[in-house]
Design a protein around this ligand. Structure first.
Ligand SMILES: [Zn+2]
Length: 434
């Protein structure tokens, strides 16, 4: 069912992008899955929800061309047909991200950024399964496109699209590399891509992959850390520059080693033989590299996911510990507040008692002062009374004395007179005698 759905989709959705032929993409996926590690295939069976290896193989082969359909290039998703190629200068020199990636309308939109962004999604533990399946569908396609020499062709002729009517195919040069040279194998070997058994083109190419080829092809991928964007970008650029310098300039554009292919030129037998061998070689390279890249991405995703789960569990444990600590602190605060309340109550009691004692003391002192005052008043009153009594007594005494004085005076007067007379008589006598 899945297989039919994919085929129907291809008929419904027009092919939007000039791309390596469906056959090239399908053979690349067939080679890729044969070269994937057991763990990678198992992971992809789970991710794509295919039941087993045979269904996964078919799923990958079917989905290898999905990225060329209208469904895959809807602008709302941020996708763009310009992710399928890079436009280089005519020198095939080192990749220049400013000039080669995208154009004025879509700067930075090209195969390099397309592949790196989907690799990021594939390895991120935060990506949803749907996002990873979509990234997988783009990656299995873009890595193949990167190996088509005219997907890294010149900007001036849009990767050979403007070199028209090239013979003997009477096609534009881009299309010859997309399709005609891929299908040369049918003419020369009689093999078709997916017939099981001896005549399968995939099987033929698969048998042509030997250990030395694999080692040389895989080498760059082994060194890459898929978590490191710079590393991934450098890997994609190295593949791009390899295709560009080894094939695009010296082979795809070169008519005869002297001049470049122009519209209406006829390709010689040598060009076609070399071209179809180069295509076969690029298909094998892309297949092996895709397998190794998938091994690396799946392993990295599983590491990232394990790390993510460990970090999440740690965070959860820390959160719980923090909550527990908060509960303890809250409880301590409650106890502290209760103690403070109790202390306050005790303090109030003590203060009340102190106030009561102070008031009692003040009352006592007041009473003492009053008593002293009263005693003083009594004493004063007594003294005043005594003084008054004394005055009265004195007055009485004076009165009594005054009454007694005249009697005594007469008596005294008489006594005095008598005395005086005596003196005078004594005097007279005395004088008379002398
Ligand atoms: Zn494409």
């Amino acid at each position: 069912m899945r297989r039919y759905r994919a085929i129907i989709l291809l008929y419904i959705c027009p092919i939007l992008v000039e791309s390596w032929s469906g056959d090239a993409h399908r053979v690349i996926l067939d080679i890729a899955i044969s070269n994937m590690e057991y763990e990678t295939k198992n992971h992809l069976i789970g991710l794509t929800q295919t039941d087993d290896y045979a269904h996964l193989r078919q799923w990958l082969i079917d989905e290898s061309t999905w990225a060329d359909t209208e469904d895959a290039n809807y602008p709302a998703s941020g996708e763009n047909p310009k992710y399928h190629f890079v436009h280089t200068s005519t020198s095939c020199g080192p990749y220049n991200p400013v000039n080669d990636c995208g154009d004025v309308d879509d700067p930075g939109v090209c195969l390099v950024t397309g592949i790196t962004k989907h690799i990021r999604t594939m390895v991120s533990a935060r990506s949803s399964p749907i996002q990873r399946v979509t990234a997988l569908k783009y990656l299995i396609h873009f890595l193949a496109d990167l190996h088509q020499p005219l997907h890294v062709g010149f900007r001036s002729d849009r990767g050979g699209n403007e070199i028209k009517g090239v013979l003997p195919y009477n096609e534009d040069l881009h299309n010859i590399w997309d399709n005609a040279l891929v299908h040369e194998h049918k003419r020369t070997t009689g093999r078709v891509p997916f017939v099981k058994g001896k005549k399968s083109y995939s099987a033929l190419l698969g048998r042509l992959i030997h250990g030395q080829f694999k080692t040389a092809t895989e080498q760059s991928i082994k060194k890459v850390n898929p978590n490191n964007g710079m590393d991934v970008e450098a890997l994609i650029i190295s593949m791009l520059e390899e295709t560009s310098s080894q094939l695009t300039c010296p082979l795809s554009y070169s008519l005869d080693g002297v001049s470049n292919v122009a519209s209406g030129n006829t390709l010689g037998k040598g060009y076609i033989a070399q071209g179809s061998r180069a295509v076969a070689n690029q298909i094998k390279r892309a297949g092996v590299r895709l397998a190794k890249l998938m091994n690396a991405l799946v392993a990295q995703y599983e590491d990232n996911m394990a790390e993510f789960l460990r970090a999440t569990a740690e965070q959860e444990a820390m959160k719980q510990a923090e909550e527990e600590m908060k509960r303890i602190l809250d409880a301590e605060k409650v106890v502290e507040r209760a103690a403070q309340r109790k202390e306050k109550k005790e303090m109030k009691k003590v203060e009340k008692e102190a106030r009561r004692i102070a008031e009692a003391e003040a009352a006592r002192q007041r009473r003492e002062r009053d008593a002293i005052k009263l005693a003083n008043e009594i004493r004063e009153r007594q003294e005043k009374k005594a003084a008054a009594d004394a005055v009265a007594a004195a007055a009485r005494a004076a009165t009594i004395k005054n009454k007694a004085t005249p009697v005594l005076s007469k008596k005294q007067a008489r006594a005095e007179k008598k005395k005086a007379l005596k003196v005078s008589s004594d005097d007279n006598l005395h004088r008379a005698l002398y």
